[in-house]
Design a protein around this ligand. Structure first.
Ligand code: AMP
Length: 398
């Protein structure tokens, strides 16, 4: 029995989940938010109960120190050395990483080199890695990349039709995101259907505040909706998804925006928020729709329509679809989203049971017996995948 820590360090946050392996039991989990402020939040679950503290946490160093101190103070571990390995989530692994790997000088240098392609995330991940390595220097640290699962995409999926030199010199191509989640739910889908994943064509829909769709054929990703960055693909909470790039020069000429300002607007002020003018949260939009708000309806419909477009194109790409999986905040919790998407792809023979579709946050098969495509709800478990990879990559004996 070993304890494995799974870490997700963001620019001002640090999420953690401590697992007991091989049972995969969650020992504790929590979050440090608003790092850098005097009123940062530290949240931790003790015996299933959430405890929250507001305190100054100036940097990630103090965040890691606070977390370890509380693990001891609350008796969750008696000695920090009980933690046998740490897994770190990394958003951008670029062309270097097609699997998780041990942290060493070379890995760190590559993650650093990839910072321009993951400017909001990779620098924060590096701080998290360095701080954890200082306090736990004698255990293996493993990095798990959001992009790794997508490295099996063929050229025709990952290339953009741009001057070839942009690809050769600057590695401009699709990398995708949420790969750990897509991989987890695809594996779990095969288990739930009692089939070998090698025999399945699966479309995985990770629909959270950030959202992406993947085509998983025989267990391998062969296309995904996110691109060089997470801006590509379907409309999301605050991101526009695909659009004609000329919109940028047109709006620059109208309003005098810089390129950076325009990209920020497409990342932070578009999608649900931009179209509805209300919120980036699907719950707020669904509530507004129920009160007759037409722009909220449009914001949701723009996304649902585009999800259906991707499913249709992946149907053709894979030569059919055996299963569609819904996961992440919206996929797991919004019957409205799932119903609207499946209604739009009726021509493919997918049908869901309205009663089953009421379920939220629980594994279930939602499709009817006569549906030609199985439709599944599978809560994602990215942190568990990270913990499993620590055990596998670091060859930890259990
Ligand atoms: P995530 O990024 O995976 O945390 O997902 C965030 C999104 O999930 C937000 O748009 C939330 O509104 C949505 N979400 C979470 N819980 C629910 C729920 N019970 N009903 C509808 N949407 C939800």
């Amino acid at each position: 029995m070993k304890k494995i820590m799974s870490v997700n360090a963001g620019s001002s946050s640090l999420k953690f989940k401590l697992f007991e392996m091989p049972s995969e039991k969650v020992i504790t989990e929590g979050n440090v938010e608003r790092i850098g402020l005097n009123d940062a939040y530290f949240t931790i679950k003790v015996n299933g109960e959430k405890q929250k503290e507001v305190l100054p946490i100036p940097t990630h160093k103090e965040a890691v120190a606070k977390l370890l101190k509380e693990l001891l103070a609350k008796g969750i571990v008696k000695d920090i050395k009980e933690i046998s390995g740490v897994g770190h989530r990394i958003v951008q692994g670029g062309w270097y990483f097609s699997d998780s790997c041990l942290v060493n000088d070379d890995t760190i240098a590559k993650i650093e080199e990839l910072c321009p392609l993951g400017p909001l995330h990779n620098p924060a991940h590096l701080i998290g890695i360095r701080e954890f390595m200082k306090v736990l220097p004698d255990v293996p640290h493993v990095v798990v990349f959001d992009t790794a699962f997508h490295q099996t995409m063929p050229e025709t999926s990952f290339m953009y039709a741009i001057p070839y030199d942009w690809y050769e010199t600057y590695k401009v191509r699709k990398y995708g995101a949420h790969g750990t989640s897509h991989k987890y739910v695809a594996l779990r889908c095969a288990e739930m259907l009692g089939k070998d994943i090698k025999d399945l064509n699966i479309v995985t829909c990770h629909l959270g505040n950030g959202a992406s769709i993947s085509a998983v054929k025989g267990g391998k990703c062969i296309d995904t909706s996110m691109g060089l960055t997470p801006l590509e693909g379907i409309p999301m909470g605050t991101r526009s998804g695909n659009l004609d790039p000329t919109v940028l020069s047109f709006m620059a000429s109208k309003k005098g925006y810089t390129l950076e300002e325009l990209i920020t607007i497409l990342n932070k002020k578009s999608g649900y928020l931009g179209v509805s003018g209300i919120s980036n949260d699907s719950r707020d939009l669904e509530e507004a729709v129920s009160q007759g708000n037409e722009r909220a309806r449009l914001a949701l419909d723009l996304q649902y329509k585009r999800i259906a477009d991707y499913i249709g194109s992946y149907y053709v790409l894979m030569g059919g679809i055996d299963a569609i999986v819904f996961t992440a905040g919206i996929g797991e919790n919004s019957p409205r989203c799932r119903r609207s998407v499946i209604d739009r792809i009726q021509v493919l023979g997918a049908k869901i049971d309205p009663e089953m579709n009421k379920l939220r946050g629980k594994e279930a098969i939602l499709s009817t017996e006569d549906s030609k495509i199985k439709v599944l709800l599978i809560p994602t478990e990215e942190e568990l995948m990270i913990a499993r990879d620590v055990v596998r990559v670091a060859k930890i004996e259990l």
